[in-house]
Design a protein around this ligand. Structure first.
Ligand SMILES: NC(=O)c1ccc[n+]([C@@H]2O[C@H](COP(=O)([O-])OP(=O)(O)OC[C@H]3O[C@@H](n4cnc5c(N)ncnc54)[C@H](OP(=O)(O)O)[C@@H]3O)[C@@H](O)[C@H]2O)c1
Length: 478
């Protein structure tokens, strides 16, 4: 199953809106076939493994199939995998995770059992769930899995009061942050970040991925750190001259449905390495929240060759001439506005210059829209106002905070999470499943958002939310 999980991770960044899935066929103690889902619209991992065994001239009759996700049982672009499995004579299926798609959950296992195939599941289920945490969230909630990423000083500042932020962290951390982008379907920033930094939001400089599960950025082990996993194997870095954007030249525009959608989230046609490398690379979209259409026309997101993958969300009151000028170059979506949540602190707590009292773009509406457009994994890269709004709306699932060994110490410095605050102390955002590691001289902390439920089992504190024997680990334990 570990091999199957490693194979599955090769699809990272490519299979969305489908999950990553790996499969290994074993007979008489030997691996006779292996495969993984390369990308949406291509064969499922099970079919890849069957094809691989056939190519090697091995009979799969009586073999055991180890697969990281429950085989699909509905017809999409390809017939259901359960049929291919029963037809092939495979005797036993061992799965890691049950398909969280409410239309599937458990039905694939049931059909296999009815056909006389032995079925086991739950092997390395936690690792499998972690691998597909974005898909698992999206398929149930119909909204993207949101990761907030920030690079900050030890006192939590992402920029000086002047807006200056280059460079807080060192080269290794910055390179790693590029890898995070490779696993995302879209990257979101606030307009102030565009005005201050003019970011390209590409994956420029991301190191070429390595096969195998281990990362290459100074982390001792990535046993449990999905975010630190080796980056996608297929997605191109803009360093590659012939396909000079992480979105990949020739890639279909987002929303045109390279994937097979909600009905068949585990769907895939088949193709081994050669087929995969000739297929278009899945684009990464770039999103800007900009109620008043202040995004400059000459900024990189609007004027670079990949402007077609930029979407600027503006409010209904945005000046028409600015909105139209942007719309000639990028996608412009008029989103509804809402007043900040009543749960946050009142006006007396507001910090001068912050926009807490103005209506804000409705993040719930925007994320639902993105979910419909099959954005399963959304990486948010600042600034502090956007982070705050997302936290206040309860829309963040994971954080990736890079800490530099520096102290800025400016009261007016920009905070990683700004806004008006969360109200009373019990309302603060809690984090769980905390993991950390070194990135050169910097530190990366990742965590799931949500309260920790501690249970005492055999005298030890157990993190019930994650099932881990401890909620935090030292870097040496990673
Ligand atoms: N170190 C890092 O990791 C990092 C990363 C990113 C940015 N930065 C720094 O952060 C600074 C910018 O951060 P910031 O906090 O000032 O601004 P920001 O979060 O980039 O942008 C905030 C602006 O976005 C617009 N907006 C639209 N919808 C919103 C919503 N629902 N919630 C909140 N804002 C919404 C608002 O302007 P309108 O009302 O006009 O729409 C708001 O003023 C820059 O100095 C940049 O260098 C650092």
């Amino acid at each position: 199953m570990r091999l199957a999980l490693r194979l599955a991770s090769r699809g990272c960044g490519q299979t969305s809106p489908n999950p990553m899935v790996g499969a290994v066929l074993v007979k008489s103690g030997r691996v006779i076939g292996r495969g993984w889902h390369h990308r949406a619209g291509q064969p499922h991992a099970e079919i890849e493994a069957l094809d691989d065994a056939a190519r090697r001239g091995r009979s799969v009759r009586g073999a055991t199939l180890y697969v990281t996700l429950e085989p699909c049982c509905t017809a999409g672009r390809t017939p259901p995998c359960t049929e291919a499995i029963t037809r092939s004579g495979i005797a036993r299926v061992v799965a890691a995770a049950t398909d969280p798609n409410p239309h599937h959950a458990g039905r694939g296992f049931e059909l296999l059992r009815q056909a006389g195939v032995k079925v086991g599941h739950g092997v390395l289920a936690e690792e499998a769930a972690r691998l597909n945490e974005s898909f698992n969230h999206w398929i149930v909630e119909r909204m993207p899995f949101v990761t907030v990423k920030a690079a900050m000083t030890l006192d939590g500042k992402i920029a000086a009061a002047t807006g200056e932020s280059k460079w807080i962290t060192g080269a290794i951390a910055r390179r790693h942050a590029m890898q995070l982008r490779l696993g995302a379907d879209a990257i979101l920033v606030g307009v102030n970040t565009v005005l201050a930094d003019d970011p390209g939001l590409t994956a420029r400089g991301a190191p070429r991925p390595r096969h195998g599960p281990e990362g290459d950025v100074g982390i001792r082990s990535v046993r449990t750190l999905h975010l630190l996993r080796s980056p996608p194997h297929a997605r191109q870095s803009p360093l590659t001259p012939s396909r000079s954007h992480p979105m990949g030249e020739g890639a279909p525009p987002c929303g045109t449905g390279e994937g097979d959608g909600l009905a068949h989230p585990t769907d895939s046609p088949g193709g081994a390495g050669a087929r995969a490398s000739s297929a278009p690379v899945k684009p990464i979209r770039r999103l800007v929240l900009d109620a008043r259409a202040r995004t400059p026309l000459d900024c990189r997101l609007v004027s670079d060759p990949w402007a077609a993958w930029t979407t600027v969300y503006v409010g209904p009151m945005a000046p028409e001439h600015r909105r139209d000028a942007l719309a000639r170059r990028v996608n412009v979506v008029v989103a509804p506005e809402v007043m900040p949540r009543s749960g946050v602190r009142g006006p007396r707590h507001r910090v001068a210059g912050q926009s807490a009292c103005r209506p804000k773009l409705d993040l719930n509406w925007i994320l639902r829209q993105l979910g419909r457009e099959e954005v399963t994994a959304l990486l948010v890269e600042g600034g502090g106002e956007i982070h705050a709004s997302l936290f206040e709306s309860g829309l963040v699932q994971r954080v990736a905070f890079y800490y530099a060994p520096k102290v800025l110490g400016e009261a007016a410095g920009r905070k990683a999470v700004a806004g008006a605050g969360f109200g009373d102390w019990p309302a603060v955002v809690s984090l769980r499943d905390i993991e950390w590691g070194r990135m050169g001289t910097d530190l990366l902390l990742t965590a799931r958002v949500g309260p920790v439920h501690l249970e005492v089992v055999d005298g030890n504190r157990v993190c019930a939310a994650s099932g881990h024997a401890a909620c935090s680990r030292s870097p040496h334990a990673l």
